[in-house]
Design a protein around this ligand. Structure first.
Ligand SMILES: [Zn+2]
Ligand SMILES: [Zn+2]
Length: 329
């Protein structure tokens, strides 16, 4: 079972957050049927989001979303996670792949970037506006990019390790560790930490040598790490999609287009892009969408307003066809 642990050195100078996400990443890779390179990029981003939620969030209903928008063939990765231990995510081009690097490792940096940005959004549901901040990618390898975000956007000094190790085309080990320097950290502790991180090596190597707990103690060697989590926090891939939301997504089609779906296919299949869940919608459910009053662009048919609340365009904005939006009062 994927799980997360948190620890703090005895002097309070260094925080260690660590996750074994093997099962969760294997689940994501199979849901989205990714290539190994895309799976590694997605797995690192999902693990990064789960770890970041413990750095940035305070409330168990808050969420953190990482958007990596690189100019490489993967075409963007999104992962969303919270303190409840759930995460979900996807990659725009899950079948994109690159040859292995000269050192035999997956070329995640090449598939993601190297140019582009990492954006992190904190949402405080159900109250408050989401807060986003973005910085340029460092390498597209994800871990360095998350560390770069923490340094430049949050002024948090950290070491971030994220990894997904494939064997025979399947996820064998996945996980990550964030080591966060607290404001009152001693300079000598930072030197020791740097040496420890270097000696520790890749996080998936650590997790194949020993347990998550052992990896944490290796990283914080000589610093008397105290584990703060009484029990490991379970982690899982979980989406918030539903039959109702799937049906609502068809509201973007015109009533005529929806009737064509019924005539041609006998219903409609929706796929949740977050989790890959496919849903079959019966004609009776699709026709019920017609009962909700809506306003469409007289020129191009774009949905402007729908009574059920899932909309879109505001008075004074312009429609995608250029016509100014006017909603009936
Ligand atoms: Zn879903
Ligand atoms: Zn229009």
């Amino acid at each position: 079972m994927a799980h997360l642990l948190r620890g703090l050195t005895a002097d309070g100078g260094v925080r260690v957050i660590a996750a074994d996400t093997t099962d969760l990443v294997a689940d994501a890779v199979s849901r989205h049927d990714t290539s190994p390179t895309a799976g590694a990029a997605l797995g690192r981003t999902l693990t990064g989001a789960l770890l970041l939620s413990h750095v940035l969030l305070g409330h168990h209903r808050d969420r953190v979303t990482i958007r990596v928008q690189g100019d490489g063939p993967l075409g963007g990765i999104i992962a969303d996670a919270g303190l409840d231990g759930t995460a979900r995510g996807y990659v725009a081009n899950p079948s994109a792949d690159l040859p292995l690097r000269d050192d035999g490792k997956l070329d995640v940096g090449g598939a993601v970037g190297p140019g582009g940005t990492i954006e992190v959004t904190r949402s405080h549901a159900p109250y408050g506006e989401p807060f986003s901040s973005s910085v340029d990618l460092v390498s597209g390898e994800i871990a360095e990019d998350v560390a770069g975000f923490l340094a430049r956007s949050e002024q948090i000094a950290s070491a971030v390790m994220l990894g997904v190790y494939f064997e025979n085309g399947a996820v064998h080990t996945a996980g990550g560790i964030v080591v966060q320097a607290m404001p009152d950290v001693q300079p000598a502790a930072l030197d020791l930490l740097e040496a420890n991180v270097k000696a520790f090596g890749a996080v998936t190597d650590g997790l194949r040598r020993g347990s998550l707990l052992e990896s944490m103690h290796e990283v914080a060697w000589g610093m008397d790490l105290q584990i703060l989590t009484d029990e490991a926090l379970p982690l899982s891939f979980a989406c918030r999609c539903s039959d109702e939301k799937a049906l609502a997504s068809l509201a973007y089609f015109t009533p005529e287009e929806r009737r064509n779906m019924i005539a041609e296919d006998g219903g409609a299949e929706t796929v949740c892009h977050w989790c890959g869940t496919k849903r079959w919608l019966e004609p009776e459910a699709i026709l019920r969408l017609d009962e909700v009053p809506e306003v469409r662009c007289p020129d191009c048919g774009t949905l402007w307003y729908r009574d059920a609340g899932n909309v879109m365009t505001r008075e004074g904005e312009r429609c995608s066809c250029g016509r100014p939006v006017v909603l009936p009062s």
